[in-house]
Design a protein around this ligand. Structure first.
Ligand code: G4P
Length: 197
């Protein structure tokens, strides 16, 4: 998605060889017009999958997921990382380890909002080691729902997440794919010509 690549080039900052800072439009301050285009793009890519629900993880997955939900006309559920006061019964849960932050979170969704009749699109902001997406996929499977695929805003393709998801037979659609962050520079994987038309 060229618009997103341009935004990453102009507003992103390479912190080190592994981490890209995008808190001016995705992780802290949010660019609503860009999120709108991102939602439209996810909706187009998964339009043939019969998606009935979108599942994401708080907090930075919520903005792109809500815009996709708007275009696909389906509800959006965000998994929680912390226990909620009101959300205590019948939780579907998975353990997610973040290598980046070196912490493990128990993520959960109420089983009230996912059933075996659902077809779920999983959306997240970053794909690095794939732990968050794998945890979300595990929760969706616990509910008996079908997984249509995984929509990612920024994939760091030099880290193992995308391959791990594809090994499980999951369709992964990443709107920007980063080949490397070395020398303080963002290098994207070149998309095939037909994807740019
Ligand atoms: P994984 O889920 O693919 O295994 O990734 P990892 O554990 O490495 O990522 C943990 C958190 O760090 C996630 O946010 C993820 O979005 C974020 N992250 C990973 N790589 C980058 C990066 O290069 N840049 C930025 N800005 N974030 C990165 P989170 O803990 O869920 O935070 P949030 O959603 O509350 O913002």
């Amino acid at each position: 998605m060229l618009l997103l690549e341009e935004k990453i080039k102009t507003a992103g900052r390479v912190l080190n060889d592994n981490v890209l800072k995008v808190d001016s439009f995705l992780n802290h301050q949010i660019d609503p017009k860009l999120m709108n285009e991102i939602g439209k793009e996810f909706a187009a890519r998964f339009s043939q999958e019969g998606v009935t629900k979108i599942v994401t993880l708080e907090s930075s997955g919520i903005a792109p997921a809500v815009m996709a939900g708007l275009y696909m006309n389906v509800p959006v559920i965000f998994a929680r990382k912390r226990k909620s006061l009101t959300l205590v019964d019948n939780l579907l849960s998975a353990s997610v380890h973040s290598f980046t932050k070196n912490e493990t979170n128990e993520i959960s969704i109420s089983n009230k909002y996912l059933t075996q009749d659902d077809t779920v699109l999983i959306i997240d902001d970053f794909l690095a080691n794939g732990e968050a997406a794998l945890g979300l996929a595990e929760i969706v499977r616990q509910s008996g729902a079908k997984i249509a695929g995984i929509g990612i805003v920024i994939e760091k393709s030099f880290q193992p997440g995308a391959d791990k998801l594809k090994e499980q037979g999951l369709r992964v659609e990443s709107l920007a794919r980063i080949a490397s962050l070395t020398n303080g520079e963002v290098t994207f994987i070149k998309e095939k010509v037909e994807e740019l038309i």
